[in-house]
Write a protein of this length. Sequence first.
Lengths: 328, 254
Amino acid sequence: MQDRTVSVDHLSMTYRAPVREPGLGAAMRSFVRREFREVRAVRDVSFNIKEGELVGFIGPNGAGKTTTLKMLSGVLYPTAGHARVLGFTPHKRDAHYLRQIAMIRGSRPLAVSGELTVLDALRFQQLIYDVKERDFKRNLDELTGMLDLSPLLNRQVRALSLGEKMRCGLAWSLIYRPRMLFLDEPTLGLDVSAIGLMRCFIADYNRETRATILLTSHYMADVEQLCKRVLLINHGELVFDGALSKLTSRVSSAKILKVSLTEANLAPSWTDYGEVVSQDEDGVSLSVNREHLPAVTSRLLAQLPVADITIAEPPLESVIDRVYREGA
Amino acid sequence: MHTIRLLIGWIKQDFVRWLSQRGFTLTLVANQAITPLIGLAVWTSAVPNQNLSAYYIALMVVRLCVVSYEHHTFSGRIYEGELADDLLQPHPVVFRPLSVNLAIRANHLLIGLPLLIGALLFTPARFDVALVVTALPALVLAGVLNFLFTYALSMSAFWTERAHGVVGIGATLTFLLGGEAAPIRFLPEAIQPFGEALPFRAMLGFPAEIAAGTLSQSQIIAGYGWQVMWVCAFAFIVLQVWRAGLRRFAAIGG
C-alpha cells in the first residue's frame, strides 16, 4: 500500500552470545573450545505504519524494542525478514534514506563532542545533512521557540543538564526535518516539567509536520497521552497491535469503581459489590467485572448514600505489568 | 563538493578537540619519537659513515605523519555501541576515523616540531631538497596505507574483544620489517627481497630511505610500485572486512 511509511514483514534478529560455566577449569576449556548460545532478540515481527501515525512500541526490558528500532533505522542487519521504511531497505543505509530519519535515544540524546556549543553542533548537523541556510534558520527558529533553546545555544554541550541535553538533542535530531522518527525512551530520567514539555513537543511536531513516529517508553503515561495505537512486544514476539483501549479491555476484565459516601461512619460490606482495591477516609476503590458493572452501580446507588461515584479503567501500569508477566 | 566540505568540517572539529589535549598528545609524540631516536643512537654507533642519522630523523618524521590509532578511536566505538551513532549519519562511516586520524597526525607534527628541529641541529644529518621532494608522494602513500592497515585490523573488534592485540601484532611486524628495528638494507640478503615487497616497509621505511638518499632511481620506482599495489590491496580488504563486520555488528538493546 502506497501510504505505508513502515512495512515490516517477519523481521528477526538472532545473535550468538558466548557462554561458559564459572571456575578456572571452565575458563581453560573455553580457551580451546568456545561455546555459544543463540539469542533470538526479535522473532518474526510484522506490522505496518501509515504516514503521520504516532505509534507506541512497548514491552518489558529485553523484549526487543530497541533492537527493532535499530533494524528499522539501518543500524543493525536483520538475520531474517524484510523491512521497508519510506520506500527504502534500512540495512542498505542509502544516504537519501538516512537524511529522512532520526533516532533519538533518551540514554544518549546528544551524540556530539562536549567542547562544542549547542549552536556549533546544530551548524555541524546542517553541514552533515546539507540543509540550506534558509531552511536551517527557519527550522532553528521554530525549534528554539518550541523547546525554549535561546538560553542554551551558546553553552557548551558538556555544561548542559540532562533535561537541557534532551531538548538540545531533539533540536539536533530534527534540524533537518526528518520524516520518520524513532524515539527510544525520550523521557528517560527527566523531571515532571521536562516530561510535560517533551510530550507536548512530540505531539505538536507530529501534528505540524506529519512525521511518522515510533515511540518506545517505559512510562505508560507517555504512551497514554501520545499514542492511539500500540505495538506490544515480549520475548522478541509481537503480541499485540491495536488501540490501547482494546489492550486494556482484553487484558483486564474489570474496571475500577471509586465510591465515596455522604456518611463517613458507615461501614458497608464492600465485598458484596466487588473486590476492594484500596480504602481510606475519602472512600473506597473497587474492582468490578465489566459485565457486572451496570448492575453493581445500580445496587450501590440504591442501597448506599453515595456522595460521588466514578468509573475508570484500571491503571495502565497494572495492566501492562500483567501483560509482561502473563502475556496479552 | 559537499563531501569534501563535510570531510574538512570533520577534520577541523577533531583538530580543535585534539589541540585541547596537548598534554596527552605530547606523551603520544614522545612514544612515537623514542624508537627512531634509539635507532639513531644505536645504528650510528654500530655502523658509522652510512648517513643513518638522516635516515632515522626522516623515519621520525614519517612516524609522526603516518601514525594511526584506530584501535583506540574506532574499535572503542564498536565495543561501546557508539558506532550506532555513526551508522545513522548520511555519509560513509570511514569519514569519522579518517578525520580523527588526520587531526591526530596534524597535532603530532605540530607538537613534534621542536623535537625534529632539535634532532636536526644536534646530529650531522643533512638532506637533499630534491630527494625530500621525491619522498613526499611516498610519505602520502605511506600515510594512506598505514591508515588502511590499522583500520582493517581495528575492525577485528567486530569479532573479538582483543582488537588492541590484533593491531599490536601489526605494529610489531611494522617495527621489525618496516625499517625501524633495522634499515631494510641491513637485513640478511635472503630476507631483503621480502622486506622490500611486504607492506611494512611501504608504510614506514620507504619514504625515509628516499629522503636519506639510500636508494637508486630503479629502487625508488619499484618501491612506489609496491606502495600503490598495497594501497589497492588494503582498500579492497577494508571494504570486504567492513561489509562482513557490519552484518555481524550487534549493538543489541539500548
